[in-house]
Ligand binder design. Structure first.
Ligand code: NAD
Length: 491
């Protein structure tokens, strides 16, 4: 037992102020057990207003007067603080998400700290533009560019990688001198509030980092995105939610940066290193119980190795071990919620109704003892469906994949690209020319060749088509987190 029977309370962070105590509280559930981990204060419209007002005031306060070096040091202190409280973050993230400790301790929490370190120096390494010109009177003039913070940034986050994806936005926002109001997912609010404690201990002034908890429509998400005091909205989540947020942002013409859904394809050519391809594909399909936006849900395998590949992946999938997320031998966690379990099992049913061959899985997992109330589902592999089926077109976000054979490079590319999404793709081949040729034709924001989820934080990250707007990562985040201005000087 790691949750305890006495749930704590998670409160909003509104500048230095506390909201009143008679607020509505909602339940934060541990998806591995179904137990209540904490009671979370749902922010009202007034709370959101207080948070945005505090964020605006902080822009003009000591935070806005820091030099770039001082801000970089502040971000590094935040990273230090996450590392010092590593175990607190780890426990909070596992209780909220049910993800295995091996994943959270190697990916989620270290990346939370790494995001602050990676972006700390960011604005210092970007030079501006300079153009000399002749004015009509023959005199000289020159132009230079300036970047200023965009202002108050609303950060709306999903539940699948809560700390990692939130800090991926908060770190560049703060590095560029902005202030933020964060709306964590209602499913996973804990680490956002813990981060507020780290910020305070790191000497970050009140109002720079605010947290409002609640749901989307009719709750904190909607109140925040509609608030006229917000200067920009960065959002990671479902494409449909992105459409609603974009409509809210239209009022006041506020810019958005969106990282949305995917239906990612993997292309496996017969000349690949099969063992390596299988070892990485099992991660690409089943990591975090398939609840990763970059996850591969469509695999296309060249016909000569199709049978061997399906057997190899099934053998590896059978080794996925559900169990206590705090146990280092557990590799498969639960789905995030009962609602999500219903959605994913709905697709499992649709696959069978459409005539899929179920190679492995296809049902839920009946756990015992404290885990009997969790949302457990079997790793699942299908073959035999057409590219037009719902299973091949819609994002499922579970531990499942469909594998189809293909007969040539052009066919594989066309089928991979036949999606309204364009987030990520991976391809496996030992032919260098083919790797570059195919990568250039795949319509996705990121393509992994002979790897998956290998991330360099300096690179552009984002999706094409319905998978996003804009790019975050490295200097690319500067486009959203700063206003680029021109100064023209007549001499
Ligand atoms: P979601 O869209 O349901 O919710 C995300 C956040 O938006 C939550 O905090 C939610 O409360 C809030 N929200 C919902 N409706 C809102 C509204 N009308 N106004 C304002 N806020 C609102 O997404 P999710 O279920 O939390 O996450 C899973 C989705 O996220 C998947 O589609 C996945 O592909 C996507 N995702 C994308 C990336 C990426 O980098 N592209 C990364 C992770 C997850």
């Amino acid at each position: 037992m790691h949750g305890g029977n006495n749930p704590g309370r998670i409160r909003n962070v509104l500048g230095g102020a506390q909201s009143e105590s008679d607020r509505h509280f909602f339940e934060d559930i541990n998806p591995a057990t179904g137990e209540v981990v904490a009671l979370v204060e749902e922010a009202t419209r007034e709370d959101v207003d207080r948070a945005v007002t505090a964020a605006r005031a902080a822009l003009k306060g000591p935070w806005g007067k820091l030099t770039q070096d001082e801000r970089a040091r502040a971000l590094n202190r935040i990273a230090d603080g996450i590392e010092v409280r590593f175990d607190d973050f780890l426990k909070a993230e596992i209780l909220d998400t049910g993800k295995p400790v091996t994943m959270a301790s190697h990916l989620d929490i270290p990346r939370g700290a790494a995001n602050f370190r990676a972006f700390a120096e960011l604005p210092k390494h970007h030079s501006g533009e300079f153009f000399q010109m002749k004015a009509p009177d023959g005199g000289d003039a020159f132009n230079y560019s300036l970047r200023s913070p965009r202002g108050v940034i609303a950060v709306i986050c999903p539940w699948n990688l809560p700390l990692l994806l939130m800090t991926w936005k908060v770190a560049p926002a703060l590095a560029c001198g902005n202030t933020v109001v964060v709306k964590p997912s209602e499913e996973t609010p804990a680490t956002a509030t813990l981060l507020a404690e780290v910020m305070r201990d790191a000497g970050i002034p009140d109002g720079v980092y605010n947290v409002v908890n609640g749901y989307g429509p009719g709750s904190a998400g909607q109140f925040l995105t509609e608030h006229p005091g917000v200067d920009g909205i960065t959002f990671t989540g479902e494409t449909r939610t992105g459409e609603a947020i974009m409509a809210a942002a239209a009022k006041g013409v506020r810019p958005v940066s969106f990282e949305l859904g995917g239906k990612n394809a993997g292309l496996v050519f017969a000349d690949c290193d099969l063992d390596k391809a299988l070892d990485q594909t099992v991660r690409a399909v089943f990591m975090n119980a398939g609840q990763v936006c970059l996850q591969t849900e469509r695999l296309f395998v060249e016909r000569p190795i199709f049978e061997r590949f399906v057997e190899g992946l099934a053998a590896r999938a059978r080794q996925q071990k559900p169990g206590d997320p705090f146990d280092k031998t557990t590799s498969l966690g639960p789905l995030i919620s009962d609602e999500h379990l219903k959605k994913v099992t709905g697709y499992y049913g649709k696959a069978q109704a459409a005539g899929a061959e179920v190679v492995i899985g296809g049902g839920t997992i009946r756990m015992t003892d404290e885990f009997a109330g969790g949302h457990w589902i079997e790793p699942t592999i299908w073959t035999g469906l057409s590219d037009e089926s719902e299973i091949m077109r819609e994002e499922i976000f579970g531990p499942c994949v469909h594998i189809s054979p293909f007969d040539g490079e052009d066919e594989a590319i066309a089928r991979a690209n036949a999606s309204e999404y364009g987030l990520a793709s991976m391809l496996w081949t030992q032919d260098l020319s083919r790797a570059h040729r195919v990568a250039a034709q795949l319509e996705t924001g990121i393509t992994w060749v002979n790897s998956w989820f290998l991330r360099d934080l300096r690179t552009p990250f984002g999706g094409m088509k319905h998978s996003g707007i804009g790019r975050e990562g490295g200097v690319h985040g500067l486009e959203f987190y700063t206003e680029l201005r021109n100064v023209c000087v007549k001499i």
